[in-house]
Design a protein around this ligand. Sequence first.
Ligand SMILES: [Zn+2]
Length: 345
Amino acid sequence: MATGLGYRLLEKLGINALARVVNRGRYVVIMYHGVCDDDFDLLVGYDERHIRVSVFRQQLEHLKRCGYRFLSLNDMVSEITNGTPRGGVVLTFDDGFRNIVKNAYPLLSTYGAKGVFYLIADRLNGDEVVWTDYVETIVRSNTSKSLELMIGSVKYQYDLSSRHNVEQAMRDIKRRVRVLPQKEMVETINRLMSIPVDIVPIEFKLTSVEEASALDPEVLDIGCHTRSHLNLPGLDAERLRAETEHARVELEKSMGRCIRHFCYPAGAYDDAAVEAVRDAGFVSAVTTEVNLCDGSVDVFKIPRVYANEDMYWFKAVTSGSYFWASRVKQFVRGLLRADANGGNA
Ligand SMILES: [Zn+2]
């Protein structure tokens, strides 16, 4: 079920409530990126990485009202490895945005929620930006209504004359960069990051060592999101070690605490990446596969559900009704296909 109307129906028909009862013993690991000030002009429909703080509050409110158990990732991993899974909600925040410290962290304490803040080890001077947000800044700050960019070895021309086109352009640029081979991707990202912009919005800035190390680890633990935010598959052994083990050691030194949890950039992993993460001394790793998890989950391939600003989506995916609806949809499609084939025979 991929439409807003579908998610709304799941709530109105009580399917979400039923799914919450059925899935009570499972874990819901929620993926967030930035939690922005309410007056920040979010370009929606772009990749839904960031949400506004009032929406984040509504989501915590919803989880609390529904009686979800909030727990730390440490506790979740211990329960799974001890064979005593109890289910509950863990919040995760990728990339290390400053606004998580400012906007999300105080609300976690208010609601008793817990989470992990996944930091990129060499992006902690308080002024760093990840490339996806830099692309957004380039597009936002362009005043000439059109933009020419080299992505890989191809030149693309984007029309930026309407908000719709701006959002389309950002989606397209990011999609094209992400499918490039690693070397070309790095070159393209470096080239994009060297395009001058007037000002990068504060909402896109990453946190600093000082800010992050002051967080209470019982509320928001620090996790590792590699050293330089490279996708792990395809890296040679030395680079893989730098992005996992060395990143962990550097983060431990700068944060002054034990770093136990890892997050794969872009959710990308292969067997070598999983092995490197395990060998580096981490006890868990999260992916971007969309699912709830139960006691049988591989703690180095933990699936998550992502939050955007649509509360009906949030309720459907956290309750697990979304997965039921997807299965029904697939089943019906299969029936229709079989029927069509039969009709043709
Ligand atoms: Zn990331």
